[in-house]
Design a protein around this ligand. Structure first.
Ligand SMILES: [Zn+2]
Length: 277
């Protein structure tokens, strides 16, 4: 894990690579917030002080080297809609939650330096990079978004907007609550049974029946991406469970609903000439 000025973060090395893409996820480390938001809470949508959030955001943006004025944040409503964003959206949701791009849980762009930024505390960050068409995308997949196959919507947005071939896409599934910890009620199992052609391998069930079934959000999103044409070998799963690793990440579950938010971001690096074709 790189640490810049005490701010800890992870790079997604499976998407992008070289100088083409900035793709990173923050940790809890290196911020100014206290209590359940200790310390690098990046969300205005929790009961943290806004000035702390702005300072934390400034630190994370500086650590990963993105231009704060070109960050775009989405509202995140646990839906499955993806929006195209560009310079006209720069700054949306960055200084305050109410200016975020409304009604969407994912974004795509082909504009260099426009930084797609979403908040998480157990939900799954799904990141895509098309190194051929030079475009990136990100989605927020909790169980509702996963059920609604938002990862497929993200691939489709890249195809429709940029002419991406799914076989060229690099995908990353970031830190989020794992199949070790994500117990769900029978309503969630039934929802997947109704909507998905097969739920085999999506739920971990203890033989003893002592624990509720656990939903494997990583596998569900991996399967959705592959079903949408992404090559299996190009889907990387970080494998960090935010609940198990609550010292390093925020976890809505492990912190019993009082948690800050990490951020996952992706951007085409700015300052590089287009080569066309
Ligand atoms: Zn876990």
């Amino acid at each position: 894990m790189p640490i810049v000025n005490d701010v800890g973060w992870h790079a997604f090395t499976s998407v992008g690579g070289h100088d083409e893409v900035v793709a990173a996820v923050s940790t809890r480390l290196g911020g100014v917030s206290a209590g359940p938001f200790e310390s690098l809470n990046l969300s205005f949508s929790v009961e943290d002080d806004s000035s702390n959030v702005r300072e934390n955001r400034r630190r994370f943006a500086a650590a990963i080297g993105v231009d704060e004025s070109r960050v775009v944040c989405a509202q995140q409503v646990h839906g499955d809609r993806i929006g195209y964003v560009d310079e006209s959206n720069a700054g949306a949701g960055y200084e305050a939650a109410d200016t975020a791009v409304p009604g969407i849980d994912g974004m795509v762009t082909d504009r260099r330096g426009v930084t797609l930024w979403l908040g998480f505390a157990d939900c799954v960050p799904v990141l895509l990079h098309d190194p051929v068409r030079h475009a990136v995308g990100i989605a927020h997949a909790g169980w509702r978004g996963t059920l609604a196959t938002i990862s497929r919507r993200l691939v489709e947005a890249m195809v429709e907007r940029f002419g991406s071939d799914p076989a060229n896409l690099r995908a990353a599934i970031g830190p989020s609550i794992g199949p070790c910890c994500y117990t769900v009620g029978p309503d969630v199992v039934e929802s997947f049974e109704r909507s998905w052609s097969s739920i085999e391998g999506l739920f971990v069930v203890d033989r003893s029946g002592d624990r509720s079934p656990r939903l494997n959000l990583w596998e569900a999103n991996r399967r959705t991406l592959v079903g949408a044409g992404v090559l299996e070998r190009r889907v990387a799963i970080s494998g960090h469970c935010t609940s198990c690793e609550v010292e390093e990440f925020f976890s809505h579950r492990a912190q019993r609903g009082r948690a800050g938010r990490i951020a996952a971001v992706i951007a085409l690096a700015s300052g590089k000439e287009e080569h066309g074709g």
